[in-house]
Design a protein around this ligand. Structure first.
Ligand SMILES: *Cc1c(COP(=O)(O)O)cnc(C)c1O
Length: 399
């Protein structure tokens, strides 16, 4: 067959939408923090499926749950109760501010649910004409029309207008800007406690507390998008725990299923009352298979010391990267919390990412100049050493 003689890349180019600019490798296998391409070359993975593979690749915990649940029940419908879904919802509620959970299939869908809930709650409780959600510049909330409308980045919005109305943008880390933006039409503030795609931007210590206070004073809702920073990534279960601030709504996805597609929208009892029967739904949301895996992943994050390990490795990694900031003029700043780490350069990050790939390391670059590291939370010290040595070598050649 012709397919046998042409490369994977050529086949992809022939059959698939060109929505992704991909690296020229085809990955076929993974274990822990390592992945292998079809030629057998290994890579240390500091992309981690973009903050998804918290327990690493081929985790026995995931494999076991997948095997067992796939023999029991994969999917029925949300017309019926299924047990793994309830187990996961209970774990989420018992370990968060929230009283109730709605399951979706992705980060965008979880945020879509949060936006719908905020509007519906405002309609039910705040009177007419309150529907505007204040969002942040440089935010990222997904690629569906509503989440795109909430995303404060011109490059992802371009060409898709008219977008959904009812979103306003203010700079992150600027409480006065939110204060000025709140008027009679506003029902909520929505933000990522740590901006991920926006370049690993960590809030100032007091910021989230001030936002909470302002929302309470103005009688509006606070929505945290923890799709990237939640589920242990920062060394705490949820990023907002570092700031002792509770939202009214929170969304999760990426690491929740360790690679199986799942999103979740969590909220307080009072808000949940605005989503009654028939108000929102999803065919695949919270299937037994996906929630059984997510439950096993969640238990492991809680019980196997994953959070402490992540926090320790995060401190170690940032310290080592600080060394590179001291050593090279064009390496500007290290940012992050736990194992969501950014290294801001004064030069384009693309060539560094490509050099890493050649040397057998997967990293990511966001906002052109910010190298972003999102390794599995189980990453070990010697793997961090290897990553930093690799960067050191590359930077030395750029000098
Ligand atoms: C990745 C991401 C999303 C979108 O998630 P998808 O599963 O790709 O739809 C939303 N919010 C944040 C903060 C993200 O990092």
């Amino acid at each position: 067959m012709e397919e046998d003689t042409i490369s994977t890349k050529e086949q992809a180019d022939r059959y698939m939408f060109k929505t992704y600019s991909r690296f020229p490798i085809t990955l076929v296998r993974g274990e822990g923090c390592m992945v292998w391409d079809e030629e057998g070359k290994s890579y240390l993975d500091f992309v981690g499926g973009i903050a998804v593979c918290a327990l690493g690749h081929s985790s026995p915990i995931v494999t076991k749950a997948l095997e067992e649940q796939s023999r029991m029940l994969v999917h029925v419908s949300n017309l019926f109760y299924t047990k793994p879904q309830i187990d996961l919802a209970r774990l989420l509620v018992e370990n968060s501010f929230a009283d109730r959970v709605f399951f979706a299939n992705s980060g965008a869908e979880a945020n879509e649910a949060a936006i719908k809930l905020a509007r519906k709650y405002a309609r039910d409780n705040m009177g007419e004409g309150k529907y505007v959600i204040i969002c942040m510049e440089n935010s990222f909330h997904g690629r569906t029309m509503a989440t795109l409308s909430a995303t404060g980045q011109a490059k992802v919005r371009k060409g898709f207008d008219p977008l959904l109305s009812g979103f306003k943008f203010v700079p992150f880390n600027d409480i006065d800007a939110i204060d000025r933006a709140v008027d009679e039409s506003v029902c909520a503030v929505m933000l990522e406690p740590i901006q991920g795609e926006g370049g690993v931007v960590v809030p100032e210590d007091a910021y989230l507390g001030e936002v909470r206070k302002l929302c309470d004073e103005k009688g509006i809702l606070l929505i945290f998008d923890e799709v990237q920073a939640g589920m242990g990534r920062t060394g705490r279960l949820f990023a907002h725990e570092h700031y002792s601030v509770r939202p009214d709504v929170m969304t999760l996805a990426k690491a929740l299923g360790n690679g199986l597609p799942i999103g979740a929208m969590l909220a307080t009892e009072k808000l949940s009352e605005s989503f009654g029967p028939g108000s929102h739904a999803s065919t695949f949301g919270g299937t037994p298979l996906v929630t059984a895996v997510a439950t096993a992943v969640f238990r492991s994050i809680l019980e196997d010391g994953v959070l402490d390990h992540c926090a320790q490795m995060g401190v170690y990694f940032k310290e080592k990267l600080e060394g590179l900031v001291d050593k090279y003029d064009f390496v500007k700043e290290v940012r992050g919390l736990g194992l969501i780490v950014g290294l801001e350069l004064e030069v384009e990050g693309g060539p560094v990412v490509n050099s890493c790939l050649e040397k057998g390391f997967l990293i990511n670059c966001t906002q052109d100049k910010i190298l972003r590291f999102l390794p599995p939370l189980i990453v070990e010290q010697d793997e961090i050493d290897q990553m930093v040595d690799c960067l050191d070598d590359i930077f030395a050649g750029m000098g």
